[in-house]
Design a protein around this ligand. Sequence first.
Ligand code: NAP
Length: 538
Amino acid sequence: MTHPTVPELDIAAPASDLPIGNHEIVKNSTLICVPLMAATVDQMVIDMVKAKDVGADLVEVRLDCLETFSPRQDLQTLIRDCPLPTLFTYRPKWEGGQYDGDEDRRLDALRLAMELGADYIDVELQVAHEFNNSIHGKKPENFKVIVSSHNYQNTPSVEDLGNLVARIQEAGADIVKIATTASDISDVTRIFQITVHSQVPIIGLVMDERGLMSRILCPKFGGYLTFGTLESGIVSAPGQPTIKDLMNLYNFRQLGPDTKVFGIIGKPVSHSKSPILYNEAFKSVGFNGVYLHLLVDDIANFLHTYSSTDFSGFSCTIPHKEAALKCCDEVDSVAKSIGAVNCIIRRQSDGKLFGYNTDYFGAISAIEDGLRGSHNNSSTINSPLAGKLFVVIGAGGAGKALAYGAKEKGARVVIANRTYDRARELADTIGGDALSISELNNFHPEDGMVLANTTSIGMQPKVEETPISKHALRSYTLVFDAVYTPKMTRLLREAKDSGATIVSGLEMFIRQAYEQFERFTGLPAPKELFREIMAKYT
Ligand code: NAP
């Protein structure tokens, strides 16, 4: 099976530096369009003003969402009162919209919108020929017809998409719009290829969470516009981000053909705070990169599909850390021993993939500082872990990192896991002991032990769960929880009540992120900023 790759970007559509406001320089000419789906004209007008306030370039008025519609009067109001350019769409049910009335009335309303001063209208490919013939010679200057095709099942092959673009052009489109559906994130590459090679202005978007990348990276590939909603979840098509996220989280105006792409590979992944952290940090140091949520089913296929050096680095989370190791051309010795990779760097000179484990450093340094009674990350020659009995709950990616790290620092390690065989296997590999998780509550061979939870027990939404009884925590001098949503888990609360020093998973997260940032950018991590961001968002 061959996998299409994203073309190198020197052939991307031209992007210019366009000044906006007093200070910001826009690095691309891709527009942000806010879809308006209110049930009344009055609410649409309120939303138009909101869209302008948050920085939209135009609005899409979804006429099919209006509960009552008097074409002439309502179109006049909507056009007159809109502080932004307008795109009118009157989507029929047969193309995924809400209108199921008479076709002539629908197309008449769109023609009227054009006559009354709309900047764009959207017509579906199926009726575009007839519609464009009917307005031939009557189109106002600067008015543009978007001819759209929506596929709610899948994303066709590049060849089929190319044929579709040709048909849309033949139907008289000024702007081509293709929206497909992603069943796998690798489907998005086909839309990128079509967009980057298009001779006509094109809107190429892939719906659903697996298609999110298509909506954010369109400036990189020369897309004409993307949609950003006013409110999270109030979407006109599945997978649309908010305009606030486009502008503030993904730094959309600064993206261009040279922007390097990074992201967190996981499943699920939408909960991850990593994009907030890295994008803010990229911005603060002036690094031309964007960091995305990447909902990936098959990591090998993903890395193979997006093999351009522009897809420069990835963090890996559940359930891909172990599979990630097998996908790398080279893996550093720590990650190899742990058996899990959580950071992949693509070497720019030859595209080779290098795997690292930054969880190890993040967790162990945070625990060492907790034992030393400081958070200054200072290192002394002897680790305070040396000689300690270190109990790790969990034997997955994070469990391996903690167990390996503690052993390296001279601790005696015990692994407790739900699946005892995995605990046994890890204990044998690193030279430690194994328990089943049910034995934990009665395990107190000595005082002053260190406990590290590396399971997802206690993570949102099941915040009342804990892996060990409060009573058993009395034997521990320090308790660490890898879970960081919430920051204060039940385990940490009860450990604190029992007198133990507690170290949050957030500390591990921040520290492992420093290292990933430095590997991604080659620049020192803005450490204070990382802490400020995580304090704000957790
Ligand atoms: P993983 O490789 O999938 O391993 C999960 C581990 O948790 C396995 O040992 C599994 O036991 C155990 N487990 C899962 N659900 C359980 C349950 N209901 N009861 C008992 N044991 C259960 O995942 P991972 O990558 O190691 O991540 C584990 C946790 O660490 C997650 O909460 C993750 O968010 C957190 N983490 C935090 C950071 C950070 O920076 N703070 C970094 C990495 C991970 P079995 O072997 O029996 O399946």
